[in-house]
Write a protein of this length. Structure first.
Length: 101
């Protein structure tokens, strides 16, 4: 057995965590995920704002203000103008559905 090889090799000291490149990669990815999600949350809350709540009373008042003498295409145009944006977008290809009370 060769004792000189065992005597010459010294035990390696552990490397501190801040000197390991892979650790910086893990921390960098984690930090970028935190910054990205925080930025998205700030944009969603401040920039986009809240969707307004539709006032049902005002909508029904405006619906009653459509003259009864309007018929056909003119009545349909007046009803389409009163639709909320989301309803009009979702029903763009469908006709306006009138509620009969």
């Amino acid at each position: 057995m060769n004792n000189t090889a065992l005597q010459n090799s010294s035990p390696q000291l552990p490397v501190p965590w801040w000197r390991v490149p892979h650790m910086w990669l893990v921390l960098g990815l984690l930090l970028s995920a935190i910054i990205g999600s925080s930025t998205a949350a700030v944009i969603a809350v401040k920039v986009m704002g809240n969707d307004p709540v539709l006032d049902k009373v005002a909508y029904e008042r405006d619906l009653k203000s459509i003259p009864d003498h309007l018929e056909g295409e003119a009545r349909m145009e007046a009803l389409i103008k009163l639709q909320p944006a989301r309803q009009a977008r979702n029903n763009a290809a469908a006709p306006v559905i009138l509620k009969v009370d």
